[in-house]
Write a protein that binds this ligand. Structure first.
Ligand code: NAP
Length: 275
């Protein structure tokens, strides 16, 4: 039987891992018929970036729905490469994999750590960020999801700059808001130019980790801008790695160890025929 891998994605790391696995197959390191990878997206963005492996879109129906999917699709291993703030999906994955007896690995970036010159203030959640802005008018860059920025309609005194992949519709019910569309990665020079052009004095962001969205953090440091960082949510304690290369190595080991993939002497993913 062909070992099937489920990648829970929506991040650059998931796409990078999908690319690594696809490259292995394309290079014939593995038997092309010997591995099946499906990348799962929640369906939040209107035009998701093209992926080098088959994609499925939409929720599974909670942990029970995911457990059913794992069994029905005969999934041999799951890599949870969702965003560090996608906690519900991660808990569902942990519960479903335990119930279905499927090995699970989290591919998760570590948080950014402050360095000299950073002006960071951690807040518990988005409503706490709204409150932390205070009464005096500020010029605020919201580097959050388009569904999360609605909370700032409670603070009408600030001017907002919102960056999102898809338009914020309807626009925020605030007197001063501007919008830029963009999909990362975002570089420091571009983010610095954006912050200066809009005379931003405060950023509200998540501690996403990784390089793709660090540009604004580096730019904020250079410009002396305060950053309100939403605290990371609790996530389940499952085996975890930080890089796509480590996740790929784990998959090779797992599938080999579970007898689904034959060893070819290299680290290929070729499957045992008729297994
Ligand atoms: P969430 O709150 O943890 O998940 C809510 C529900 O969305 C889940 O219960 C699941 O529905 C569905 N879902 C989430 N990720 C999915 C996936 N990869 N494939 C299929 N269904 C998925 O997640 P979220 O924070 O809304 O994030 C949604 C997606 O956006 C994730 O793929 C995540 O990697 C990506 N993303 C999130 C953030 C962020 O800041 N949260 C940032 C960048 C990218 P069911 O219960 O019906 O299965």
């Amino acid at each position: 039987m062909v070992p099937r891998i489920l990648l829970l994605g929506g991040t650059s790391e998931a796409s990078a891992l999908a690319k690594r696995l696809a490259a292995r197959l394309a290079a014939h390191i593995a038997d092309h018929a010997g591995l099946d990878v499906v990348l799962s997206l929640a369906g939040r963005t209107e035009h998701p970036a093209p992926q080098p492996v088959p994609v499925r879109v939409g929720g599974f129906g909670g942990a029970a729905g995911l457990a059913d999917y794992l069994k029905a699709e005969r999934i041999a291993a799951v890599v949870d490469a969702t965003h560090p703030y996608a906690a519900r999906m991660s808990f569902n994955a942990a519960q479903a994999c335990a119930a279905a007896g499927v090995p699970l690995l989290a591919l998760r970036r570590g948080p950014w750590m402050p360095v000299a010159g950073d002006r960071w203030r951690e807040v518990a959640d988005v409503p706490a960020a709204v409150a932390a802005l205070g009464d005096a008018p500020r010029r605020v860059f919201l580097a959050l999801g388009r569904n999360e920025v609605r909370a700032f309609e409670a603070a009408l005194q600030h001017a907002y700059l919102v960056r999102s992949v898809d338009p914020v519709l309807p626009p925020l019910a605030v007197p001063q808001a501007q919008y830029v569309l963009g999909r990362g990665p975002f570089g420091e020079a571009d983010d610095r130019a954006l912050l200066e052009a809009h005379r931003i004095d405060t950023i509200v962001a998540k501690n996403s980790g990784g390089a793709a969205t660090y540009g604004k953090m580096a730019a904020a440091r250079a410009l002396g801008i305060e950053v309100l960082l939403i605290a990371r949510p609790a996530i389940p304690a499952v085996p975890a790695v930080e890089t796509p290369a480590e996740a790929e190595a784990w998959l090779l080991h797992q599938l080999g160890a579970h007898g689904a993939v034959s060893s070819t002497g290299d680290t290929g993913l070729s499957a045992e025929r008729g297994a």
